[in-house]
Design a protein around this ligand. Sequence first.
Ligand SMILES: NC(=O)c1ccc[n+]([C@@H]2O[C@H](COP(=O)([O-])OP(=O)(O)OC[C@H]3O[C@@H](n4cnc5c(N)ncnc54)[C@H](O)[C@@H]3O)[C@@H](O)[C@H]2O)c1
Length: 373
Amino acid sequence: MTTSPSARIGIIGTGAVFPAYARGLAALPGLTVVRVADLDEERSRTAAAEWGIPAWGSAADLLADPGVDVVVNITTPAAHAALTDAALEAGKHVYVEKPLAVTTRDARRNIATAERTGRVLGGAPDTFLGSAAQTARAAVDAGLIGRPFAATSFVRSSRAQTWHPDPTFLFKPGGGPVLDWGPYHIAALVNLLGPITRVVGATANAELEIPVTAPDRRVERIDVEVATHATSILQFTSGVLATAVYSFDIWDTDLPHIEVYGTEGTLQIPDPNHFDAPVRLKRRTADEWTQLPPVLPLSRPDTGDAGIYRGLGVQDLVGHLAGDAHRASAGLALHVLDVLERLQDATLADGVADIMSSTQRPAPVRGVVPLAG
Ligand SMILES: NC(=O)c1ccc[n+]([C@@H]2O[C@H](COP(=O)([O-])OP(=O)(O)OC[C@H]3O[C@@H](n4cnc5c(N)ncnc54)[C@H](O)[C@@H]3O)[C@@H](O)[C@H]2O)c1
């Protein structure tokens, strides 16, 4: 029997996404959350008590703790880069929520710090490690849709103002549909189709002030400082062209999350913010859509709550420390951010932008059962 690599985890940021990490990490073998921290130390104390985590306090305390091997940085985007650098300098390996940083400049500095300190840096999203994305990848690799030539990628409002206690950061630099949701979509597309080489786009805002209606809200209104509707064309190095619409302004749509079009058929991919959901295929000669068998066990067959846990990316980083490939790597997260940074402020007058970074398609997850062609 093989044992899972182990690591002692310290989480910085005990806000809205924290329970998804606490729940997700608790279910992964070998990973133990030993300490939590937050600017609001009382919030970290409450989180520690609720989840049975032995230590809590400030980020500085956490970074000084020799009992923490890996820091999971799930603070708000604007805080990511400085904390990541501090954690790497303190000798910790770091996994960061998306986006890796608010700017590629900061993200590149983080990667340089990781290289200099000899620590490993990984970043969200990790949803492409789940059964849905891995099944879609296996379908493309088996040639089930022939040669992919096009894709679509659509994001509608996550309605955060109706459920997040303080979604201010989602409407400030580092947020917006491009940097908040775009990472799931671009990482999923790069996992399927490889790196992106050129983009062109334009952005808009339907509203410049957002009323917050979440029952436990800490703010009433938010001034919007980022584009909340972005439309773009992405050209992959392979030649594939994708059409992307990332919007907080569209409340409802029947558009699919992601589709990939090939010479022999179409692949329909579920919400890339989730790990497990059916992937559908329609071959050009078929009359009906078929549901592909998952190539991996479902990530959480017991709960059915596909989207409300996190942790596979942390497990991926710890596996890499033990010699496995690094899939949710900083290199992938930087490429994703590079693409999204271009889209965030794109205007038609800018024309086409070349993407200077590149990356490899991440290795398939261990244990994937290939699909027959
Ligand atoms: N909320 C979600 O459903 C969700 C889902 C997936 C990913 N994410 C990502 O997770 C991250 C956090 O999102 P959230 O919704 O939990 O935000 P949040 O505002 O609810 O929580 C962030 C927490 O980080 C703390 N913090 C900020 N700066 C800090 C610093 N310098 N030191 C210590 N603590 C600090 C804040 O006090 C707060 O408690 C973001 O990167 C977001 O993109 C959120």
